[in-house]
Design a protein around this ligand. Sequence first.
Ligand code: VGL
Ligand code: ZN
Length: 209
Amino acid sequence: MRALILVDLQNDFCPGGALEVADGDAVIPIANMLMDKFDVVVATQDWHPANHSSFAANHPWRKPYQVIEWNGLKQTLWPIHCVQNSMGALIHKGLESRKIHQVIPKGTDVSIDSYSGFFDNGHLKMTDLHDYLQSQKVTKVYVMGLATDYCVKHTALDALELGYEVALIEDACRGVDLNAGDVDKALQEMRLSGVKMTNSKRLKSITAC
Ligand code: VGL
Ligand code: ZN
């Protein structure tokens, strides 16, 4: 079985949101077009408690986008985003969300961030995503969403590590590019690790992926 993984298609990552990704909402119609073509559709949802350690506001004297060491891990500090039950955390209203079979919350633990849909950033705990995909007999995952250089990249790399065949739908991702070149670097890293690159045009022409 093949699964489409929609990464963090949430208001806060779209234009006007707290951690907006340039042109982030442009991938929503692509997701809508692709969902019917997959056996399984899952969506990850960044879902932080208000006191989350990835928020600069929760660290005295720190500003967004500074990098600190936190519990032995490098942590980029972010503006407050995707707080549980807030508007910003909602899946973008343009997404045909009834076609999503399973939503996977992540980043729920105060003390550790979780870019990947599978593991937290320390690879200490798993979300339910792997179990769910296993229960659906998924062997290949197609990854798309926000942001290319953070949650998309880590989700794709962890999927590889867990033994899935992984394809990135390149035109259906947008990145933060905090430092110019970050997105290109992320794409390169994925490619070198074994993630196959594809695009929505190619997938559109086939009835079932
Ligand atoms: C993300 C930064 C912080 C993402 C989530 O979805 O890529 N980036 N939280
Ligand atoms: Zn986050």
